[in-house]
Design a protein around this ligand. Sequence first.
Ligand code: SAH
Length: 396
Amino acid sequence: MVPVMSALPLVFDAPRRGKPPRHLADLTRDEARAAVAELGQPPFRADQLARHYYGGVTDPAQMTDLPAAAREALVGELLPGLLTPVRHQEADGGRTRKTLWRLHDGALVESVLMRYPGRATVCISSQAGCGMACPFCATGQQGLTRNLSAAEIIGQAVAAAAAMANGEVAGGPGRLSNVVFMGMGEPLANYPRVRKTLDALLTPAPHGLGLGQRSVTVSTVGLAPAIRRLTDEGLNVTLAVSLHAPDDELRDTLVPINTRWKVAEVIDAADAYARRTGRRYSVEYALIRDVNDQPFRADLLGRLLAGKLAHVNLIPLNPTPGSKWDASPLPAQREFVARLRAAGVPTTVRDTRGQDIDGACGQLAAADQVDGVPSVAVAPTPSMEPTVELGAEGDE
Ligand code: SAH
């Protein structure tokens, strides 16, 4: 018997709560040039603003290439502060830093910057809360507050790049090298905004952060149609699929979206992505004691993935408040790894950076307070049945 912690509804349609103010990062280059022209400035000022933004400059006083008289207006109109840091928490000797951000409407999200030898990765949020209702995930238990705008997502990466450049993370000044969409939210349920974010991350400076495609990881619960849509985009970013169970019976309870798109469909979609990109996808699997860590499930997973362009990333479950579940003991983890490897499936076990500041995978749960009232997930009505028009809001 699998203990079911709660039965939150699956929520696809994000509540609308008023758009964040317009921001350069939401605009195409042409749109930004037009917006600058409307403010009575030559269009090339848009490029100057972009250089400052992606370079981490937020103080108008430092934008000395802009005429002093126009600075405030340009910055106010095109680079409004969308993310206000509420607090930073550090762990791992200052090499892990979790930031709680407040958005324009009071919604809260978190991002986590992790420095390793030779690389620095920021884990960013794509939604405030999450509608996917996975019972072992703190964010999933919060429900969905709203989608983030592209600029709200991009801003988390830009802030991390600036923190690295400014030497705010232990180890001296450095460069942000990786971005993973493993913070709060289901990125493929906020598709258009995440797509725009990918452009901003991959576009070379000064119009983007200039990250390498394989240094950017999109992690999904397995929205098969959206994985196929991503496949058609022609990007080569790393795809991670949160599987957590090799069989539909168990996955239906651990990853409720499985009731909609089954293991076989998700793996099919990921395989198509791997065929198109020629790159391995990663299968995320949180090892939960006596729930999904049995040797027979390792064998099932091994058979499912043998011969595929896939890699398994095991994550010992990070505890979430109130959960009865805990991580698999080490011997069970080792046995699981050994069986997968014996099946020929490349397998690693992820470290649990930031666990002591609740910054590890699945622990992000910035309690959302708007006007002092915690928001709750919206229960689906029949008309809100999941559709394949993911993230289809009218702002793109
Ligand atoms: N919605 C995306 C991103 C979520 S967070 C997705 O599901 O992939 C990134 C990873 O952390 C996912 O693989 C998620 O399943 C995993 N995760 C969630 N809660 C966890 C927990 N308590 N312990 C370990 N991993 C967890």
